[in-house]
Design a protein around this ligand. Sequence first.
Ligand code: ZN
Length: 310
Amino acid sequence: MIRLFSLTLTLALLLTASGCVGRAAAPDPEPVTVSAPEVLPDPPPEPESPPPEEESPPPEEESPPPEEAGEPEEPYVRVIDPSKPMVALTFDDGPSGLCTDQILDVLEENHALATFFEVGRNVARCPEPVKRMAELGCEVASHSNAHKDLSRLKKAALLADLDTADQAFASAGVEAPTLVRPPYGAVNQTVKSATGRSVITWTVDTLDWKSRDAQAVIDYIQGYGDLDGEIVLMHSIYSSTAEAVAALVPWLQEQGYQLVTVTELMAYYYGELPQPNCFYGYTYFTTHGRTDTPVELPGMLPPAAEEAEG
Ligand code: ZN
């Protein structure tokens, strides 16, 4: 009887063990890419993906119950480690009531931040999402007031447009942005260096405005390769983009990426803060690598911090 029992136990243990082995990481098939962005050249995909963070799950013994109901929840403290992979998601053309809120819901649930380049006249019509994104810690940036090609405006008209946008941000209760992304990525020397702002474009174009297809955006990002240090362009006015973001935010975090704002990416990855009258375009981002001397912002993991155990 005892022998029969121990035989059954052994068999059960073997099955449990093989269950664990069976679950261990099957490598993802290499995804197929992808059309080149229209505005900027596609950077060469570096298949140097970040090290997988996951350890294989412990055997399914008695895991402790996941947090008793009565216990008070620890407040989430966001800490960014400048030595680990990071990517900046950016959203242009909003705010749009529903889609922007859906994107903010996903960011909030996953403790992720992003940067929103908002159009001033949209902010004037729909200020609530802008207040909310600022409260969440997202970066609110300007995408001009009327979404004109700024490189075709005389300097006075260009500055007037940006100032009008700033008034809309002020009316929404947020600070006047110091970052500007020119509509269509169109710049000339005046736009680049005479607005008193930092002008920033992007490095990865999902073409979400063109495909209006969530799966196409997901496939593009998941097949891109190494996204460390990249600035991803999307638009917060399409439900397809909001749907893609709901899948991509947790996926990027599972891959080990920290989701940071543009200013955080500049400080932690490129080692400088955006300066007024400077242009940060594709060339800047692709010719600067990861810095050894990050600019410290509130929320950065202190450089001397020891690796926590466990
Ligand atoms: Zn735009």
